[in-house]
Design a protein around this ligand. Sequence first.
Ligand SMILES: Cc1ncc(COP(=O)(O)O)c(C=O)c1O
Length: 390
Amino acid sequence: MTTKHGGIRLAKRLDEVGFSDIVQIRNKVMGMRAGGAQVHALHGGEPFFETPQRIKYAAIAALVENQTHYPPSSGLLPLRQALVEKLARKNGIAVSTDEVITTVGGSQGLYAAFQSVLDPGDDALVFSPHWTPIGDLVTGAQARPLLVPTATARRNGIRKTLEQFSTRKTRVIYYNTPQNPSGVVFTRAEAEEVAAFARERDLIVIADEAYEDLVYDGEHISIASLPGMLERTITSYTFSKTYAMTGWRAGYAVAREPFMTALRKIVLYSTNGLATPVQYAMMEALKTPDAEIAARREEYRKRRDLLVGALNEVGLECEVPAGAFYAFPNVEKIHKKSRTAAQILLEKAHIATVPGAVFGAQGEGHLRFGYAIPVKEIEDCIEALRKFFA
Ligand SMILES: Cc1ncc(COP(=O)(O)O)c(C=O)c1O
């Protein structure tokens, strides 16, 4: 990437930072649709339902009642109190309101976390395939991502594999469960292994629990709830997936000192907090009964089973993902290179997916199919797949 335009040049730390490939796919899909083509859109990662009405009304009421002033940079106190209660109840993480900070989506929480703890020249262990921005967040902090193949780690032993990939300069482990794009949900035993490794090597864990409410098989374990982990973990959460609030940019992070001071500085000087009405909507969202979240999870499970069944049926070998809302089949049958496979599927079957290579070399040979879409759209996609392979 060039950073020079005449005498003007950009900060060198951006040299290695990429820009989202998924945006390019989205543009191509929009172009095809504008040309009148029907496209099966499985490249996205947004819930199939709209933000529930009562959450929207909470934001409207806040506006009408003039809750339009500067909020505290770290979040309104009643919101942080509600988050503390949720963390204790659902995640087994016992913290005070000073140990929670609201962030502009999970994205800002993760950005702030990496910026808080990485120095130039440091290394970060990243289970891979991984959510693409993580590599860029690490390189943006002038550190190096060390990609740890999740499948190998699960087969050969998490601890042994982490040891293999670790360097003297390793400071951080990025730990995402359920995982995007693979749908892997780490077990309690695996979380304990990661935790033991972090404690032994005095590493910091950046935990990403964006999909905590989308676990179909097994259980969600917050690594910060394990013994000796809260003091070395920054956990990032988002309202995007659970409550269909992607466009609200609502998230939060949980950590102890010294991390909290760093997170507060980064939030203060980047966004100075979240829009006040959004925080009222978040408070309302947190009142959602567990049964409502569970009912939506069942909706996702239906979609997962439908899509994964069809993928295997047409010969695109796909493990059943235990969590999140993505299927990640092997597509070497279409083409060995995932970028080419995605292009073929888009042009010939009008099915939009994301090439696995975008999620790190460990994702090569796979495509990500997002199934957080209406059932009818999944059925249409399945029909297109069957025709393609007929
Ligand atoms: C693994 C993972 N972490 C974090 C996020 C952040 O989401 P947001 O910034 O919408 O809260 C996403 C969104 O796709 C994700 O997939």
